[in-house]
Design a protein around this ligand. Structure first.
Ligand code: GDP
Ligand code: MG
Length: 593
């Protein structure tokens, strides 16, 4: 049997955001001579402009290093909860993980979440405490906390400073000693798991793969088992600082395949690539990621629509999680209703449109998709409130719930629990960490999480509480659709779904806000909020009264009356012809909430 190379170690770095994954990766790149000192810069692997500016990792990044006769394949991962799927994909390609905890912070919500992901995949875990150079590092406490969380001897936790490099070599040694060499054989039918795919303007789709069995040679005919697509591996190779083309990539290795495909949907993440001549079965894939948060994107000016379409299509090529369908609003013109993984993902898309394509968009208030069962026994998900069936056809409405983990020091537990309860959170259990920190488990509707919940949590805990969440399932919801009419016409862009017990308050708020921002018209302007055709709040803006009789001094009453009559008719016509033009910034004010 021809087994995979025993000198290979495949591993990933996982941690809560900002605990130092990318900085530790920098030290590895230096120590292994992968990047020479002259070219080194901080968070080397964060290559996207947005990543560098915001100081966050958005995409997973594979890199190959050589060290003391071993080939080390590292995958750096993002820490933010929106990008958890990037982490789980990385973990399917490796045998071990470095789990980092910041010695000034301790265990946080994504530490727990990522640890669970690694345990589920049965990976070797190397616990590392980072930032021990900082004066406020609490090494003994954090060591205890992390050891207890993983269930290991406190002494086995490595203490490092990714900044100064202290202790970093010991991490590499531990990887070599403890992370198992890849299993798999060269003789078995070829199976390569796609853990990432991206679109290159010149070479088409390039897939990042972990070869599990067999090999793929350059110029070989390959097929994608799930999408049943056949093509040629135009080039294969390893991830150096640049692509390193090789004659083949084989069992146990992490590498890339240039497919030449123009459609990224054909090289789906989680699919298995094999050669046309081998009879392979598909590897277990990943749970497909599904957009959870929806919002409409409109251009600031109407003539930018084509550019917006182009921008979104381009982003979609490299972002399989982004969903979009064109939408038209009489008020805001043409736009797209988009689906995102979460709020940070939405922000990233908005920022990339601006930065990479120069398009400023108006983003509507985000909402979740509701699952509606109608009287004809059909069940469908609705991302756009405008598409909701008539109220009398609705049998049941359900909304997505999340399982939520909050890690907080004991001192802030009161306000933290209050904040979650205020958002309709249902308490489940608490775990105690050594050193006075708690892990709280809740179930919370996603719609509560997307309205600045994270900010609230941070502010009630003075920044100390951290949050992670995961999809749980749909549950029955008590919500209603709120429509807004201006001059007796429905303003579709303002239709929203609200909790039934907040409907009156929300209706009042929108009506009052509109009253303040809408310009006066020639006629009286009626503003109404409606539920199921019934008005629940209304207001009026008095007309601008042009005094048509001003010139008629003297007593010709009939003439005066005639003129007033005429004016009335004119107003009526204007009113029935409708089209009160609502300025775009009025929408922005309302949509932003
Ligand atoms: P990531 O989000 O886990 O990838 O974290 P980064 O590597 O981007 O680091 C987050 C911040 O912590 C950056 O400002 C780093 O410079 C800083 N940092 C990382 N490791 C250390 C360390 O060992 N000591 C100190 N003092 N700062 C560190
Ligand atoms: Mg990072």
């Amino acid at each position: 049997m021809n087994s995979a190379d025993k000198q290979i170690r495949n591993f990933s770095i996982i941690a809560h955001i900002d605990h130092g994954k990318s900085t530790l990766a920098d030290r590895f790149l230096e120590l292994t001579g992968t990047v020479d000192a002259r070219h080194m810069r901080a968070q080397y692997l964060d290559r996207m402009d947005l990543e560098r500016e915001r100081g966050i990792t958005i995409k997973l990044k594979p890199i190959q290093m050589q060290y003391k006769g071993y080939t080390l394949n590292l995958i750096d991962t993002p820490g933010h909860v929106d990008f958890t799927y990037e982490v789980s994909r990385s973990l399917a390609a490796v045998e071990g993980v470095i789990l980092i905890v910041d010695a000034t912070q301790g265990v946080e919500a994504q530490t727990v979440a990522n640890l669970y992901l690694a345990l589920q995949q049965d990976l070797q875990i190397i616990p590392v405490m980072n930032k021990i150079d900082l004066p406020n590092a609490d090494v003994p406490r954090v060591r205890q906390e992390l050891a207890q969380l993983i269930g290991v001897d406190p002494e086995s936790i490595l203490a490092v400073s990714a900044k100064t490099g202290e202790g970093v070599e010991a991490v590499l040694e531990r990887i070599i000693a403890e992370v198992p060499a890849p299993k798999g054989t060269l003789d078995a039918p070829t199976q390569a798991l796609i853990f990432d795919s991206y679109f290159d303007d010149y070479r088409g789709v390039i897939s990042s793969v972990r070869v599990v069995n067999g090999a793929i040679r350059s110029n070989e005919d390959i097929r994608f088992l799930a999408t049943k697509t056949q093509t040629k591996a135009l080039e294969v190779g390893h991830f150096g600082m640049e692509f390193q083309p090789k004659p083949e990539i084989k069992a146990g290795e992490i590498g890339y395949i240039v497919t030449g495909l123009r459609d990224i949907e054909k090289a789906k993440v989680g699919d298995t690539i094999s050669t046309t001549k081998s009879v392979a079965t598909a590897l277990p894939g990943y749970q497909a990621m599904k957009p959870m948060v929806f919002a409409a994107l409109y251009c600031q000016s109407g003539d930018e629509f084509e550019r917006l379409r182009e921008g979104i299509e381009k982003l979609k090529l490299n972002d399989a999680a982004l969903d979009y369908i064109p939408e038209h609003s009489p008020a805001l013109g043409f736009g797209f209703r988009c689906g995102f993984l979460g709020m940070l993902h939405m922000e990233v898309v908005e920022q990339r449109l601006k930065r990479e394509f120069g398009i400023s968009v108006i983003v509507s208030a985000p909402s979740v998709a509701y699952r509606i069962t109608t009287t004809n026994k059909e069940t469908k998900d609705y991302a756009n409130p405008m598409d909701w069936p008539e109220a009398n056809h609705i049998v049941k409405v359900e909304e997505p719930w999340m399982s939520v983990t909050v890690v907080s020091p004991n001192d802030w537990i009161g306000p933290v629990m209050q904040a979650v309860t205020d958002r309709r959170g249902v308490y489940k259990t608490t775990e105690y960490l050594e050193g006075g920190r708690l892990v709280l488990h809740y179930e919370v509707p996603l719609s509560s999480l997307i309205s600045d919940f994270h900010d609230t949590l941070k502010s009630v805990s003075q920044g100390y509480a951290s949050l992670n969440y995961d999809y749980l399932g749909f549950r029955e919801a008590d919500v209603t659709r709120l429509d807004i009419h201006v001059a007796e016409e429905m303003v579709d862009a303002l239709t929203m779904i609200v909790n039934s017990d907040e409907a009156y308050r929300e209706g009042r708020r929108v009506v009052d806000t509109l009253k303040d921002i809408l310009p006066r018209q020639q006629f009286e302007l009626k503003i109404q909020a409606l539920i199921g055709g019934k008005v629940i709040a209304s207001s009026r803006i008095a007309p601008l009264r042009k005094d048509v009789t001003a010139k008629l001094y003297g007593g010709d009453v009939t003439r005066k009356r005639k003129l007033l009559e005429k004016q009335k008719k004119g107003k009526k016509r204007m009113k029935t012809m409708g089209r009160v033009s609502i300025p775009a910034d009025a929408y922005i004010k309302l949509l932003r909430r």
